[in-house]
Ligand binder design. Structure first.
Ligand code: ZN
Ligand code: ZN
Length: 430
């Protein structure tokens, strides 16, 4: 029997009244009990002293790319999980664009087994919507769900055909799986490498219009209304898409959405240096879109923060801007950016941070006993120091790839320790 007592932390669990000096006992992987400062604490257990720190239900990153199977030179499930726990994430959800694509139960099972071998973060795979994600024939969603998949998505290669997406939503609804869509109408964005606007003209780079995201988001919302499916818009980045989600929620449509740290931190201005670590899809947008994202985070339209961690080898990113692949790493910078850009600037409070990073991802993906530290739930805990000043360095990243635009960035706030199933899997060195 293993017993871990997290002592004297400031517990932030939206399921409970906020409480300072609260201690949490985890026994055999599950939360056993809470103790207030006046209770007699159990002895004969391992102790983590969380005095002066925040204790939150384990953070869940519902959108990552772990590259295994198929592109292990960029990342493996083990290296991705190491980066995850170093960033404070106790669970990650890998997208299916591996090689082969995760469109069947065997690959889903393989990912979960590799994660178990690594013994760091929990891995909840996302299965493909269509076989090989080519947008034509539906994948076996039921079999993938039985193997452990928690959602379906053709992230990166969004289903272009509304008729197929409609059938996919009906099918996913019958299996009670959320459909996660990378909203991008490629007939509008194809060939584009950055946000379409004044700057793309100035820099002579082909733009991806905001409209490409908005048209697809509106289509998905209409299909969700008709089919009753649960739709989740991945990495929302435009004012129009956020407004569409806001209105759909008001209309009672089952839609949720996530935002990435890079989209709430940076604008297309950083593309000016032609650094390929500023190239991702959706692209960094202009100021007005960033303002809309902050508004959506503030008013609850945006449900989750997800990294879209997309590792690429340095050689691949070392091409000219037009030819470099899309995507940046993000697991180790997300929490620092969320504190620095959102909490410390007064956009959101600590309870909302925990909702965005833990409670809501658990709810959207129906991860039973996660997103809370109520007794009986899984012993997944993220321990945070909101005031720690540090500088992120690509050179010390646990990821196999180093393609972050935040190298050298000063941040305030970090994950100090990560506990998965009652086991301390990461502790930040002082
Ligand atoms: Zn995507
Ligand atoms: Zn992605």
């Amino acid at each position: 029997m293993t017993r871990l007592l997290i002592k004297n932390g400031h517990l932030i669990d939206p399921a409970a009244p906020e409480n300072t000096g609260m201690s949490v006992l985890i026994e055999d992987g599950k939360v056993d009990a809470w103790f207030s400062s006046t209770d007699v604490l159990p002895t004969d257990c391992e102790v983590f002293d969380a005095s002066g720190l925040l204790v939150a239900p384990g953070f869940i990153d519902m959108h990552v790319h772990l590259r295994e199977p198929g592109q292990e030179h960029k990342e493996t499930i083990a290296s991705g999980c190491a980066a995850a726990v170093a960033g404070g994430w106790t669970s990650v959800c890998p997208m299916p664009n591996t090689n082969p694509v995760n469109d069947n139960a065997a690959i889903t099972r393989y990912m979960i087994e590799q994660a178990a071998k690594a013994g760091l973060a929990n891995v909840f795979p996302i299965g493909a919507i269509t076989k090989t994600s080519d947008g034509t024939e539906l994948a076996e969603m039921g079999e993938m769900k039985a193997a452990g998949a928690v959602a379906v998505s053709d992230d990166g290669r969004p289903v272009p055909n509304a008729g197929i997406m409609r059938r996919a939503m009906q099918y996913a609804r019958d299996f009670d799986l959320p459909v996660i869509d990378h909203c991008e109408d490629k007939s509008l964005s194809s060939g584009g490498v950055m946000h379409e606007g004044r700057l793309s003209l100035l820099l002579g780079l082909k733009g991806m219009p905001a409209l490409a995201e908005e048209i697809d988001a509106v289509r998905d919302i209409m299909l969700a209304r008709e089919t009753g499916a649960r739709i989740h818009i991945a990495h929302v980045s435009t004012a129009g898409a956020i407004e569409a989600v806001r209105r759909a929620k008001a209309d009672g449509i089952n839609v949720t959405c996530e935002v990435t740290p890079h989209h709430f931190t940076l604008t297309d201005r950083v593309v000016e240096g032609y650094d390929t670590n500023t190239k991702m899809a959706p692209p960094l947008r202009s100021e007005e879109h960033l303002t809309a994202i902050l508004e959506g985070l503030k008013d609850g339209t945006i449900d989750a923060i997800a990294t879209d961690h997309a590792p690429h080898h340095a050689d691949e990113k070392a091409l000219e801007y037009d030819r470099a692949p899309f995507g940046i790493t993000g697991l180790e910078t997300a929490v620092g950016l969320a504190f620095s850009e959102l909490v410390h600037k007064g956009v959101i409070d600590l309870v909302r941070l925990v909702e965005l990073c833990s409670v809501n991802p658990a709810r959207i993906l129906k991860l039973e006993g996660r997103g809370t530290l109520k007794p009986g739930s899984h012993g997944d805990v993220t321990i945070l120091d909101p005031t720690l000043e540090w500088t992120y360095r690509n050179s010390v990243s646990r990821s196999k790839s180093r393609n972050s635009p935040f190298d050298g960035r000063s941040l305030v706030g970090a994950a100090i320790a990560t506990i998965v199933g009652g086991r301390l899997v990461f502790r930040r060195e002082a």
